[in-house]
Write a protein that binds this ligand. Sequence first.
Ligand code: CAA
Length: 694
Amino acid sequence: MSGRFEAHGDVGILWIDNPPVNAISQAVRVAILDGLKQAEADSAIKVLVIACAGRTFMAGADITEFSGPPRLPSLPEVIDALDAFSKPVVAAIHGTAFGGGFEVALACDYRVALANAQVGLPEVKLGILPGAGGTQRLPRLVGIEPALQAMISGDPIPAPAAQEMGAIDKLVVGDLTEAAVAFAREKIGSPRRRVRDITLSPNSLPAGFFDTARQRTAKEKRNLFSPQRIIDAVEAAITLPFDQGIQREQDLFFECAKSSQAKALQHVFFAERQVSKIPGLPADVKPRSIKSVAIIGAGTMGGGIAMNFANAGIPVTLLEVNQEGLDRGLGVIRKNYEATAAKGRLTSEQVETRMGLIKPTLSYDALADADLIIEAVFETLEIKKKVFETLDRVAKKGAILASNTSYLSIDTIAGYTSRPEDVLGMHFFSPANVMKLLEIVRGARTAPDVLATALDVAKRIKKVGVVAGNCHGFIGNRMLEGYGREGSLLILEGATPQQVDQALVKFGMPMGVLQMFDLAGLDIGYKSRKDREPGTFDVKSGAVADKLVEMGRLGQKTKAGFYDYESGQRTPIPSDVVAKVIEETAAQYGIKRREISEQEILERCFLAMVNIGCEVLREGIAYRASDIDIVYLYGYGFPAHRGGPMFWAEHELGLPKALERIREYARQHGPRWWTPSPLLERLVAEGKGFAQAV
Ligand code: CAA
């Protein structure tokens, strides 16, 4: 059932009921139209309340309908019917009135909301704009500037703030239906108060307001299409009469809806929800209870990981081997919190509460009560071995033992304990208190409830947990190897570091691959290359970085790496010294330098990554291509408007073209790194996409 009409004396209630989030599907649109007709026809009904059953008010248009042909009636038709309705209408809002849901509420005369409800127009996050009158009504109701801000950010607005803005008329604590009916009854006999009839005055805006907004938005929402169209639509609210403004909104909506960005962002929406569905994990598996956590290692990663738990109100014991390391680690955590407080995002009380949740220790005995222990020590197996053998002795029965390793085998690590079923990888991404990704690595013997617990923990600490199988580098770092290798080879073949990085940044990456190496520290790759078996990586690709490290150029931390850096600055400055090292190294390997195009940079870096992604999928290291996309969006800053590397390859480039280019690079550079994944070959031969990969 999608809708039902109920008479409470002279107040009618139109109930919408479409679990789980009352998305405005075709059936819901029909139900609203039917309800309006019924309420109009019933002369005993003097006023109408629109309310929703279940956990929320309508959370927006039904996104699953976006990919098919239009299904009538459209939401704008429903909104027109609301405008044409002759009696006052009150929206009773609980949960999240988002997108089309909020637009329905904006087409009502009054909005009554539970104090803990949220409203908002998050369409921008799906690459579109509010297409059911939101761009014309919200500015009329709350003013141009706050409305524009709300639509460009797409962020939820808590009901009290929405009331302050003028978008909510009454806040309710307690029974919403009762309060909404009482409120509605007060409005009996009042004329309609339609938002469309409010006159907007252009004089209230500073000169050049929209130009300034366009420029600011171009910086803040780099490369994004729909935020600029939102500005166009809101400008129409002031320059055009209401109905023409609505028409303009419709035109702009369809421009956005057919853009590749909208398709990519909608893919991300569903990919993010898909990721926690783990094939083979019994539906009734019960996560273990995690009330306290311990972290081993108070370095950059350990400290960042500890902050996540303290932020979520979970007590965390932080272990280091000596007092100096412990003091330094805690000092960095405090500094991070204080920096957030200085920006006004935490009170000093909250800083102290969070610091109070972190208990420093030098003794493994202090870990005996922890429900979850995460090891974040140096990345060598000998050290991990010692740690896990010790944990096996001190940890309580049933405690989950996790490693934050970026590359090492979880099965080997689990083998250092007598309880491999309790061991798994919890791989955080630097900076661990900021990056949203948590790669959860299941070992061959990890117990289902341990996996379920890690997914649960990810949610509690506001991360997106992606389950990966066990292999060198798991999903993210295994694919990164191809990306880094090609970026490094391109500079030997003739591109400058800035040319490579600028192409990647223009594509939408937050920074280029060489800048990323400088940020992480070139000594990390240097050390790992020294430890690796010859033949398992491309020696040439690391040659420049190795020389830079041997010259003391370790990256940003020494103010010199692939670039120079000024004190306290992160802006990369091209270096003549590095240019010379590159030329010498190219000569040493007999590489003839040549002009390199932007297209080659993008194809080499991303297709190398995607080809490995196909292997990751083929081997079952990732369950779905969309999981790989999520890893790249939240762990590596891949631009969401391109959907992730696998979506990009399939939908921007096309898999046949991707395969053709990979084959071409194999012809040019040999098969060692460019042999197409058999999965890619099969999908192209069968005319299939990644969704049909398994
Ligand atoms: N359409 C279709 N399905 C939706 C949906 C929507 N708008 N919103 C959520 N769902 C589905 C999810 O895919 C999920 O399905 P599964 O259980 O099958 O995975 C289910 O509803 C529950 O969603 P969440 O897991 O996200 O639940 P939550 O409680 O964590 O969050 C929420 C609820 C805050 C409403 C969140 O789902 C959300 O933000 N939804 C999207 C809201 C949105 O973007 N609305 C605007 C739509 S565009 C629009 O309205 C255009 C217009 O102008 C007409």
